[in-house]
Ligand binder design. Sequence first.
Ligand code: NAP
Length: 293
Amino acid sequence: MANLIINKLYGIIGSSLTHSLSPLIHNYLFKKYKLNNFYGVFEFDESNLKEVINSIRTLNISGLNITFPFKEKLIPYLDKIDTSAQRVGAVNTIKNTNGKLIGYNTDIIGVRKTIQNRFKLNIKGKSVLMIGAGGAARACLVELFRQKTNNIIIVNRNGATARKLIRSCENISNSTRIIYLNINKLNNLDKIEQLEQIDILINSTSASPTFLKRTIKRLLKNKCLKNTKIFDLNYGSRALSKNQIDFPNRYVDGLYMLTAQAAASFKIWTGIIVEPDDIYKYVNRKLRDKKYA
Ligand code: NAP
């Protein structure tokens, strides 16, 4: 009989986790590094958040990833949050050290590694157009400010949310110029002063791929979007499919970001440094073999 006793327990908490790739990634890494640990899925509804956080201590769960809708809501129940999570105002990784729960945000690293490793781009002094103004947009902004991006234009359906996001960044935005553009005025990009070229378009909305396809089509009427790279945070069925992409060399979906943020969580928990490329290749292989839907 197989040995069912595991050393440490990890997992992901959220409200809808059927398609999460995190168990696949972390159980692969535990096996690869011969750690007798296990990564599970803990799906529950919002009203139980406090009890769930307390049970991390009771059950001695060593670490967790956090996803929608708890990334911000769980902060009051943690013992400490590190600078990354303070900057984003959201936690996607918890480490339990002797009952003390510390929150981190590794999405910032996911954004950084995607821009560096997939686009091979240094965004210092460059211009970025971001569609969306939710939690993931905030993680992108923190990284863009860190890299001293020159211009950021935020396009969002709800203007009040976008303006609130911009206001909340005032103390960290250093020299970056950041403005809001109404989603109905996408044709006006060329008219923005001192903006000749958009280097990256980031889609941080949770809208359908059809929305992104339609929006890109409208945006491409602007000259400043001629050679723009497109970073879509969505992956799997939520990203553009092959036949929806007109410029495959310029489009990267969110799967690499997912693997890079997972590698960063794994390092927080185990101290082991893992290259996102290794995880990325493994996950792609599994998805291709359709062994993981
Ligand atoms: P969120 O906080 O709920 O924000 C959602 C954003 O999408 C808002 O700006 C919202 O606009 C916009 N939106 C939603 N439906 C829309 C529609 N039909 N048309 C236009 N805009 C729409 O979500 P989030 O946490 O930022 O996550 C955003 C996406 O990023 C999700 O799909 C998530 O899976 C993905 N993500 C990926 C990774 C990764 O590792 N690859 C990491 C984090 C997040 P309004 O403000 O106007 O409502």
